[in-house]
Design a protein around this ligand. Sequence first.
Ligand SMILES: NC(=O)c1ccc[n+]([C@@H]2O[C@H](COP(=O)([O-])OP(=O)(O)OC[C@H]3O[C@@H](n4cnc5c(N)ncnc54)[C@H](OP(=O)(O)O)[C@@H]3O)[C@@H](O)[C@H]2O)c1
Length: 302
Amino acid sequence: MTSETITAESAGTWKLGDLTVNRIGFGAMRLPQIGTALRADAAPSDRNQAITVLRRAVELGVNHIDTAAFYFSPLRSANELINRALAPYPDDLVITTKVGPGRDPSGHWLDHATPEQLRGQVEENLRQLGRDHLDVVNLRILGTASIAERFGALADLRDAGLIRHLGISNVSPEHLAEAQAIAPVVCVQNQYGIGVRPEYDEFLRTCGEQGVAFVPFFAIAGAGREAGASGADGEEVLAVARAHGATAAQVRLAWTLHRGPHVLAIPGTGNPDHLAANVAAGALRLSEDELARLESVHHGGA
Ligand SMILES: NC(=O)c1ccc[n+]([C@@H]2O[C@H](COP(=O)([O-])OP(=O)(O)OC[C@H]3O[C@@H](n4cnc5c(N)ncnc54)[C@H](OP(=O)(O)O)[C@@H]3O)[C@@H](O)[C@H]2O)c1
């Protein structure tokens, strides 16, 4: 399933607030470096290839790109690449960014951001992307502490017109309820995939019932996390892939889209062939029997 003619429209659409996006999107975390993401000593990617991938993504119908100011290697920034490749931006392009614990200029992680630092991060994203407002901003957190003060700070920026819609990331159902008492939440971005965090199954369903998009990350990378996909897929996933003439990565992506119409995929890649394959995965329809077999892999943790 690598047809270049399959576009992101094949996965259907979802509305983030008033913004309609195709359910197959793109994650920009892989663009700034070769190999493991978010390392201070990462080897910078080839700028022209990264720009080619971004432009091809839009040509293939991708209109939802996930990014962050802290996605950078020593010489490349995801936001700068997006700006360079895609500005002036297509009217229907939705760029989702995230703020929270950031990285200092040398690439080392910082602590939780204060409300004032969150404003600075929003402004940093605006500068790098060259925009006057951000379409969607996720508050990314670590741990279980209350997010009321930090989410409230972003709600103020939304009221001020710097942000159109808000989301939250790395969160629990309790965080969602806490945030919704402050301002509307259009998306939850959490780690999820076949065999990855099955304990989020219920949360994913709850999001759907509330009209909140669930946006999984590491759907392909799985346990490889920032290091990327290991390619070590179990026999069940490979058998489903073979039956469709697809790859295991495509099955992993398609499976997330089958979890509900509110699930939005944001696969990350710096490879143009993988990009086309990921977009094509939006057209992959899994049978009830295949879904049942993958469900048992999901709960077995394979
Ligand atoms: N909120 C958060 O805390 C958080 C955390 C992590 C990520 N994110 C977001 O979520 C996005 C998705 O995560 P991710 O980038 O790790 O994506 P992913 O899609 O789960 O995995 C990417 C890995 O899989 C490989 N890959 C991608 N497509 C492939 C294909 N068709 N066949 C084989 N290998 C393939 C990539 O390598 P190649 O480059 O070689 O294709 C890379 O190693 C990120 O880009 C970022 O925007 C958010």
